[in-house]
Design a protein around this ligand. Structure first.
Ligand SMILES: [Zn+2]
Length: 501
């Protein structure tokens, strides 16, 4: 009776007298379904209706709406009946908050415009300063392309925002559309699903909506949706909220969030963590990864503290950014695992790198998966690994991220310089090159940390540690070329100077 393609929806009409069962095909349009619902509820056709679940949350009337059971009836409400004062008030509240949201988006667009203008000016200045070197121009072009892509995907995000109300094409007035955030459901191919489980997944070519679908898939696949009794629609809504709260900046954007979460998912599979940790632990790891850089402004803690920003004052100079990421996470997340997630997000503050790795080194030789302290420490190291794992990818994927990172550093050092604040040498435009920035980081931060994790999970050597070693060698080669070029220039200058004399 239940064909694969069809859906049964059980609903009550507004008088709560006769529960009716509505069957429709996945290929029906929302309008068709609305009509079906109207006739099954004894409401005149074409009446504007909305539908709520037993908890009172609006249910999207479209072919993807969740099937319910006779025990969890949906209620169909004609809009004309919403005179009941409380419901009307709710409607008003909803419309008001929607308007407020539209406004804040409009402001964000202005913010974005200013940011783009500033960055364009900066890029132009660089092209000038750097004497239009071909390589630099290529890089600038890439940067511009990235900016444009980011803007495009941002714009898409706006179209697919979790609006409760929307200007419909036909109605010409503000009509309730649906409460269910929608991003086109991508059917992930078997190939993508398999690739997604590996740390080598190519993170570059995905649009925001695809990344959202992948994240959604990970939560379902790991069994977290079942374990935490999540409403799949709530998960969608929550992920969209997450995406909206990542800012547009060169590095700490939604794509970085996706990279870190995907790397976590990859490590869970590679290290068989499903057999070693509880589902709660996996939920904590994934959720901390998804949330760990929420609302990141692009300027690091040193800047926040030196510039006495509002964040630094609010958090007494203690990991202001990471604390802020937690606060934002919990405005859009309500789980009983808050403290555990906070611990992990705070662990991503690189100022605590030495302390955390040392503590893990002490445990790793006698690691005990039944010891809570050991497991917490492992989780902290895992999220740290994922957060700074870009160099695990093949060079062609990893290298553009280094450019983004340097771009972020230079944005900060420019700002620091203009505000008379101290500039860290590793962010100084005149002192840093790509190879010098990466060699030290790979040699002294990444390899020691991943090699420690390798003691516990030897299987990461081939897939994660070896690429790090290769990357170190690659940058050392680049540095040798750079050095030779500088040496050559020096000699040329000397001989030129000699001739002039
Ligand atoms: Zn991060």
């Amino acid at each position: 009776m239940y064909k694969n393609d069809d859906k049964y929806i059980h609903n009550t009409d507004n008088t709560l007298i006769c529960p009716a069962q509505v069957l429709f095909s996945r290929h029906c349009s929302p309008c068709d379904i609305k009509e079906l619902l109207c006739s099954s509820s004894n409401i005149p056709r074409n009446t504007a209706i909305l539908m709520v679940d037993p908890e009172g949350a609006l249910v999207s009337i479209d072919p993807t709406m969740p099937t319910n059971t006779p025990n969890s009836l949906y209620k169909v409400i004609p809009l004309s009946l919403l005179n009941i004062s409380t419901e009307k008030e709710d409607m008003f509240q909803n419309v008001l908050s929607q308007v407020a949201e539209q406004f804040s988006r409009a402001f964000r667009i202005n913010e974005l415009k200013t940011e783009v203008t500033n960055r364009l000016a900066m890029l132009e200045k660089r092209v000038e300063l750097e004497g239009l070197k071909v390589v630099e121009i290529e890089k600038c072009k890439n940067d511009l392309k990235k900016l444009r892509d980011e803007m495009m995907s941002r714009a898409e995000g706006r179209v697919n925002c979790p609006c409760k109300y929307n200007f419909s094409d036909d109605g010409k007035k503000l009509t309730p559309r649906c409460d269910v955030p929608s991003y086109p459901k991508y059917t992930l191919s078997q190939e993508t699903i398999e690739a997604l489980k590996k740390p080598t997944f190519d993170v570059c070519h995905w649009e925001h909506n695809e990344m959202l679908s992948c994240l959604e898939y990970m939560y379902h696949d790991l069994g977290l949706v079942k374990e935490f009794n999540m409403n799949p629609i709530t998960l969608k809504r929550w992920l969209l909220g997450i995406q909206e709260n990542y800012r547009i900046n060169p590095f700490h954007n939604f794509r970085h969030c996706f990279c870190v979460s995907q790397m976590m998912y990859g490590m869970i599979h590679l290290c068989n963590l499903q057999e070693k940790l509880t589902l709660t632990d996996l939920g904590i790891l994934m959720t901390a990864a998804v949330c760990h850089d929420l609302d990141h402004s692009g300027y690091n803690n040193t800047y926040q503290i030196n510039a006495r920003t509002e964040l630094a004052v609010r958090y007494n100079d203690i990991s202001p950014l990471e604390n802020h990421h937690c606060t934002v996470a919990f405005q859009i997340l309500s789980l009983s695992i808050r403290q555990a997630i906070i611990t992990l997000i705070l662990a991503t503050d690189m100022a605590r790198h030495g302390e955390i790795l040392d503590s893990f080194k002490h445990k790793v030789d006698n690691f005990d998966f039944t010891n809570e302290e050991h497991v917490t420490c492992l989780k902290m190291v895992l999220i740290k690994c994922c957060d700074i794992s870009n160099e695990v990818w093949p060079t062609e994927v990893a290298e553009p991220w280094v450019d983004c990172l340097l771009e972020k550093y230079f944005m900060q050092s420019d700002k620091e310089e203009s505000e008379g604040l101290p500039v860290a040498p590793f962010m100084d435009r005149d002192k840093v090159t790509k190879p010098t920035a990466q060699i030290g980081f790979i040699k002294f931060v990444l390899i020691p940390m991943f090699e420690t994790v390798m003691k516990l999970f030897p299987q990461i050597e081939e897939i994660m540690v070896q690429p790090l070693r290769d990357s170190r060698d690659h940058y050392e080669e680049l540095k040798q070329i750079d050095d030779a070029m500088t040496e050559k220039k020096k000699t040329e200058n000397i001989s030129l100077g000699g001739k002039k004399k």
